[in-house]
Design a protein around this ligand. Structure first.
Ligand code: HAM
Length: 432
């Protein structure tokens, strides 16, 4: 029979190995600690939602909805089109309405972590399954809510050592002032049609704001001269933006105005921002986070007129921008080495006992020489090797070798029912 071939992961999907997970845990727990200080509670959301939720919330004409969603029909209910979530803001709002949070406490502060799915062209820093840490504040339209989130972000970057992260800020106006701006932009685009790419021609008809997002160099040169939203803001939007900026200045939050910043999702109004990272290998995929205000979204999803503001950080990219702590992974306090099959049961008993006492312990299978097993213990950077050979079994004592000094010591043990003495001794030896 021919050897079966290996099955690779799906393109754009990847594995996160233990060392990287340790780094990610650090980033996630720093976020959890800081969220607690800012009054956020965690929400765990489903990964699968009805396609309609994202089509309506993110926008039919966005790249995400037009070409990047993993959507399929549910097998049991052929009529239900479902989608692996490409983002979580829409889900948070759905949950806010569906679980009754909207009625119980209009003002809700929620955070989430987890995988999102977008069918983008995979490259370094851009995956089809990626992870976000996000936060949403519902029921607040005051600039203070926006400013608090931005202060959270800079404090977070300080904590995790992502020193190069830069905040870019803009205001996208609202339904009162944006339609007129959209029309100005459309007229501008029509006047420069010859210089714009085919995608931009399409954007001009369907969603002119997307013009500002085009990466084609020829289009960029035109867009540089395009009118900006700031000059068209209505008085309430301008006042909101000024107040956000004043609060950021007070807290000494550094940011750059980027008057051409538009976001890839349609629900935004007023404050919009992105965090641009600096880090080894981030390359073109250097947006480590983004967010903004979405005052119309709750109503758009069938709820009352409740404003919202939030952000999401891309954990995959954040991990590239924030250095991993330099501490090398420590090996187990002890590795238990049964030299023969009879020693396996006492070895497991010992390991369980030591683990019950809170010590990290490994146990090897029997059947190899002492030399080979000691080699394993050294490679795994164990502090002590606990040797259980025929002599040890006969004498009811384990030989405990300090792997740094190679000094042996005999430790009396009741191999039938080991007591806490070995754990105490291991602790003193390894200094924990
Ligand atoms: P977004 O800008 O689409 O916003 O995504 C936020 C972050 O997720 C990005 O800045 C990036 O770091 C990461 N990200 C996005 N796509 C990928 C990918 N294919 N591979 C790796 N990382 C990626 C949102 O998702 C909004 N829901 C944020 C928000 C929350 N706005 C208000 N509340």
């Amino acid at each position: 029979m021919s050897k079966p071939s290996a099955i690779p992961a799906v393109r754009g999907f990847r594995d996160i190995l233990p060392e990287e997970c340790r780094h990610w845990h650090g980033l996630e727990s720093a976020a959890r600690e800081l969220f607690a200080l800012y009054g956020f509670g965690e929400i765990r959301l489903p990964i699968l939602e009805r396609t309609e939720l994202f089509a309506r919330a993110v926008g039919e004409t966005t790249d995400i909805v037009e070409k990047e969603m993993f959507s399929f029909r549910d097998r049991d209910k052929e009529e239900t089109a479902v989608t692996l979530r490409p983002e979580a803001t829409a889900s948070v709002v759905r949950a806010y309405l569906e679980t009754g949070l909207a009625h119980r406490e209009r003002h809700a502060r929620l955070f989430y972590t987890g995988p999102m799915f977008r069918r983008e062209r995979p490259q370094r820093g851009r995956y089809r399954q990626f992870y976000q840490i996000g936060a949403e504040v519902l029921g607040r339209d005051d600039p203070l809510a926006d400013a608090e989130l931005l202060v959270w972000l800079v404090r977070y970057f300080d904590r995790v050592g992502a020193r190069g992260a830069r905040l870019e800020l803009n205001s996208l106006g609202d339904e009162a002032c944006r339609p007129a701006y959209r029309e100005r932009l459309r007229q501008f685009g029509l006047a420069h049609l010859d210089a714009l790419c085919a995608d931009c021609h399409r954007r001009l008809e369907r969603n002119p704001l997307r013009l500002l997002d085009c990466k084609v160099p020829g289009c960029r040169a035109v867009i540089e001269r395009a009118p900006v939203m700031r000059d068209s803001l209505c008085a309430p939007c301008a006042a909101h933006f000024d107040e956000v900026r004043a609060l950021l200045d007070q807290e000494r939050v550094p940011y750059a105005l980027n008057l051409r910043l538009v976001r890839g999702l349609d629900y935004y109004c007023r404050t919009a921002f992105e965090i641009i990272g600096e880090g080894e290998g981030l390359g073109a995929q250097n947006a480590i986070g983004g967010g903004g205000r979405y005052d119309g979204l709750v109503a758009m999803l069938g709820g009352p007129d409740v404003p919202g503001v939030g952000f999401a950080l891309g954990l995959d990219r954040l991990a590239m921008a924030a250095p991993a702590s330099v501490e090398p992974e420590t090996g187990p306090a002890a590795l238990i080495l049964p030299l023969e099959p009879r020693a396996v049961a006492p070895a497991l008993r010992l390991a369980t006992r030591l683990r019950d006492e809170g010590l990290a312990v490994g146990v090897e299978p029997a059947g190899r020489s002492l030399k080979a097993l000691l080699g394993v213990a050294n490679r795994r950077r164990a502090r002590l090797a606990v040797i259980l050979g025929p002599e040890e079994l006969a004498a009811g004592r384990a030989t405990v070798r300090d792997l740094a000094s190679s000094a042996d010591r005999r430790q009396a043990l009741d191999l039938e029912a080991p007591g806490p003495e070995l754990a105490r001794w291991v602790r003193t030896e390894v200094g924990t």
